[in-house]
Design a protein around this ligand. Structure first.
Ligand SMILES: Cc1cc2nc3c(=O)[nH]c(=O)nc-3n(C[C@H](O)[C@H](O)[C@H](O)COP(=O)(O)OP(=O)(O)OC[C@H]3O[C@@H](n4cnc5c(N)ncnc54)[C@H](O)[C@@H]3O)c2cc1C
Length: 414
């Protein structure tokens, strides 16, 4: 049976980006909330298994402000570990204490941390809880959207079951292989790193004291990111074939390999979650908008996780889109029209390219042992360490406070 239901916005995908976008467009913080539908190919909200994503996310200060404004942060705060200190080392010397090439004092310096580490399972649980309380959002799970008609006004989407829904605006939050992006004929610029990122949570004997560590090894960065308690979130980069072999090891063998990289400065270490790996690539859509379509999150951009900024970029997309839409809605204009979408595109694409290029450059500079590059990077890090203005520049980017801030990231509901 086919149904035609009008919404103000339809979000394809209910991952981190899709759920947050639903809250941003339909929330009580707006004087004219949009009636929003989220359609997700994954399980219904009540059947979500949060533990299925063993990653953590570094949430920048401006992203935290946004999650506070959307009423999500209260459910996360107890399990969010502030970064008290960040150290960066040349991790090729993996035995014993590695000399720090660069150190950032965090909360101790400024009174406020620039980022907090939160497990993705905690984030998903908090977002799901908030979406369930939101009368303006309808969520349909176990349903993939197959077909898109962007030429009709409003646009129409058709699910695999043949149901149809319509809205003036479609938001693609369906991840890196976005069907919506492909259906709109939007290309991507893409390259693979021949690296995979293995992610998991570990428990250790000694406290980390809020210290985040990034060790640059030849195969790529090895990050130890502090979680609450004596636990850390790991992103362990290896070349793709090496990572595939590691993923086939028994848990005991895997842990033995892990320990040789992790070192012993935090005492005895055990696995505290499943581990999974992701192929690492850069992928940027050639435009972030189409007719009646806005791309957000990984549907618009995938970047190297070296600086933990992927989801933070997605949050910035959502906050910018929310600004553009509410300005149009308040003036009684078509919020799925080209004026609104062009403003979103102009705001987000250049910023994304800059961040993606910076992460790409860092990865290329650090993930090799060519001697001239090794010398340059060591000199570069030492210079940054000694110059407070340069450090401040890096800290602003790490905190997400550089550049134009959308209202949700300034803590202004509307
Ligand atoms: C190892 C690693 C570590 C990372 N660490 C960080 C970090 O510290 N900080 C940070 O900010 N970012 C980090 N990131 C990036 C971050 O995890 C991603 O940017 C984020 O998860 C993307 O979320 P998303 O909702 O855009 O996409 P996804 O999580 O891929 O969600 C897409 C959703 O769309 C649904 N879907 C797909 N197709 C359809 C369809 N046809 N119809 C309906 N639904 C559909 C799927 O079911 C899914 O729920 C990391 C990434 C990696 C790989």
């Amino acid at each position: 049976m086919k149904t035609q239901q009008p919404y103000d916005a339809i979000i394809i995908g209910g991952g981190l980006a899709g759920l947050t976008c639903g809250l941003a467009l339909s929330g009580e913080h707006l004087s004219i909330p949009l009636k929003t539908l989220i359609v997700d190919a994954g399980p219904a909200l009540e059947d979500r298994q949060p533990g299925s994503d063993p990653r953590g996310s570094a949430i920048t200060r401006s992203s935290r402000t946004m999650l506070q404004t959307l009423g999500v942060w209260d459910a996360v705060a107890d399990q969010a570990q502030p970064f008290e200190k960040i150290i960066v080392t040349d991790g090729r010397a993996v035995t014993g204490e590695r000399p720090a090439l660069l150190s950032f004092l965090e909360a101790g310096d400024t009174g406020t941390a620039s980022a907090w580490m939160v497990e993705n399972s905690t984030l998903i649980t908090a977002l799901v809880g908030r979406v369930q309380q939101s009368p303006g959002i309808t969520f349909i799970g176990n349903t993939a959207v197959e077909n898109f008609d962007f030429d009709s006004s409003p646009a129409v989407v058709t699910t695999t079951g043949g149901h149809q829904f319509s809205a003036p605006l479609i938001v693609a939050a369906d991840g890196r292989n976005s069907n919506a992006r492909k259906a709109a004929g939007i290309d991507t610029v893409r390259w693979d790193y021949d690296q995979s990122g293995i992610a998991m949570t570990v428990a250790h004997e000694r406290p980390h004291n809020g210290r985040a560590e990034e060790h640059f090894r030849e195969a790529g960065p090895f990050a130890i990111l502090p979680l609450t308690g004596n636990r850390s979130s790991i992103v362990w980069t290896e070349q793709t074939t090496a990572a595939a072999k590691l993923m086939k090891l028994s848990e005991e063998e895997f842990l033995d390999e892990f320990k040789t990289r992790f070192g012993n400065h935090l005492g005895k270490v055990t696995l505290a979650s499943d581990h999974a790996s992701w192929p690492l690539s850069v992928q940027i859509a050639t435009t972030f908008v189409g007719k009646r379509l806005a791309l957000i999150g990984d549907a618009a951009h995938v970047i190297h996780p070296i600086a933990g900024l992927g989801f933070n970029l997605g949050l910035r997309d959502i906050a910018a889109l929310s600004d553009c839409l509410t300005d149009n809605v308040r003036r009684g204009l078509d919020h799925g029209g080209q004026n609104c979408l062009k403003a979103y595109e102009a705001w987000r694409r250049a910023d994304t390219i800059m961040v993606a290029a910076a992460c790409d450059g860092l990865n290329r500079l650090f993930s090799n042992s060519v001697q001239p590059l090794a010398t340059v990077r060591q000199a570069g890090l030492k210079i940054v360490d000694r110059l407070p203005p340069l450090k401040a520049f890096f800290m602003d980017h790490a905190a997400g406070t550089a550049g134009r801030q959308p209202r949700l990231m300034r803590g202004e509901p509307e």
